[in-house]
Write a protein that binds this ligand. Structure first.
Ligand SMILES: Cc1ncc(COP(=O)(O)O)c(C=O)c1O
Length: 349
């Protein structure tokens, strides 16, 4: 395998991109990581250059949705080092999905090696500290093969690409950056289906509710529980958080994707700020009593909710300073601006 090489003409060791003004868009980077599973073993192909993939036409990922993906971010730290955030958690979540979709797990070591290699290979594309941007890392998993029957594949591809990104919702985080969301009458997941894994099929069926919300000027759709349409579940590709009095509350549901950002924020709330935390059902009617609300996720980080609309009814929420505290702690840990008491930073050497 040839080693990636970059030659710079000035002092800068970054590509000439306007990192401070990136949106959440795909910007191709030179290298990706790939591994292939066949006959019971994963074989790392390592870092490769082709963005295009050639798949057999009968591949299960193309017909039956035997596919998974992950999303995580790599940051340049205040100390100049480069860090991934809790990559083993993404590997574990992908493997939860692999078990459900009846494919082989990706060894956590292979997953992390891939994140490290693809980041190192694309180092000039990792946004600098202070730019507000990060390197989005997209691992994905495909069941492939010459097949026509409805059954799991015997061969798999695990690939990771990266792309530098800015904020997911325009404007990013700040007291004047609250967003409005609309409750959808559609579902993204079945009550005991695949909502808890990051399978691509969960997302295609969110395009229509999301498009409808956006056509009406909202940032995204909010989903209710798919059984009773009564409890708040998720916000597009983000989890729901709220403050009710002293407590930070978040939905407890099988059909919600277990967000690594949410898990991290709940721990920060409990252990750094000593705030009470409740994971429980949140009735839509409880929006009347909630003091502040937010969406959280790798891409959304924390996006506070200014407004929730449901048909003719609208709830409005103010910015709550506690979002700022959670944001500063989370992003501070991710970017080495503060200590990491939980051991979440994973340095890419
Ligand atoms: C449906 C859904 N919910 C929540 C999240 C947030 O999860 P995380 O914080 O692990 O990115 C994501 C993004 O991965 C998602 O796709």
């Amino acid at each position: 395998m040839t080693q990636p090489r970059y030659y710079f003409t000035g002092d800068n060791d970054k590509v000439n991109l306007d990192f401070g003004n990136l949106g959440f868009d795909y910007h191709p980077c030179p290298y990706r990581f790939e591994a292939v599973y066949e006959l019971g073993v994963w074989r790392a192909r390592g870092v490769v250059e082709e963005t295009a993939m050639t798949l057999p036409e009968g591949s299960q990922c193309l017909h039956y949705g035997q596919q998974l993906f992950e999303g995580m971010k790599v940051h340049t730290g205040a100390d100049g080092k480069v860090y991934a955030f809790r990559p083993a958690e993404n590997a574990n979540r992908m493997n939860e999905g692999a078990r459900y979709l009846q494919g082989p797990e990706v060894p956590v070591d292979l997953f992390i090696r891939g994140v490290e290699e693809v980041t190192r290979a694309n180092l000039p594309y990792v946004p600098p500290y202070g730019s507000g941007a990060s390197l989005y890392v997209r691992p994905f998993y495909l069941g492939i093969g010459d097949n026509v029957g409805v059954k799991p594949a015997s061969k798999y591809v695990f690939r990771i690409f990266v792309t530098p990104v800015g904020p997911y919702f325009n404007g990013g985080f700040g007291p004047d950056q609250g967003k409005s969301f609309r409750i959808s009458e559609f579902d993204r997941a079945a009550p005991y289906g695949t909502g808890h894994i990051k399978a691509g099929g969960n997302y295609a069926c969110s395009f229509k509710p999301c498009a409808e919300a956006k056509q009406e000027g909202f940032a995204e759709a909010i989903y209710l529980d798919p059984k009773e349409h009564r409890y708040i579940e998720e916000i597009g590709a983000a989890n729901f958080l709220a403050f009710k009095g002293e407590s930070l509350i978040t939905p407890d549901s099988h059909s919600v994707l277990p967000s690594i950002t949410r898990r991290s924020l709940l721990r920060i709330a409990r252990e750094i700020y000593s705030w009470p935390v409740e994971e429980r059902l949140i009735d839509k009617a409880e929006l009347d009593e909630i003091d502040a609300a937010a969406a959280c996720g790798t891409a959304a980080v924390i996006t506070w909710i200014r407004e929730v609309a449901d048909g003719e009814k609208t709830w409005s929420f103010p910015f709550d300073q506690r979002w700022q505290q959670l944001y500063d702690s989370l992003v501070g840990i991710q970017t080495a601006a503060i200590d990491d008491p939980f051991g979440w930073r994973h340095e890419i050497k």
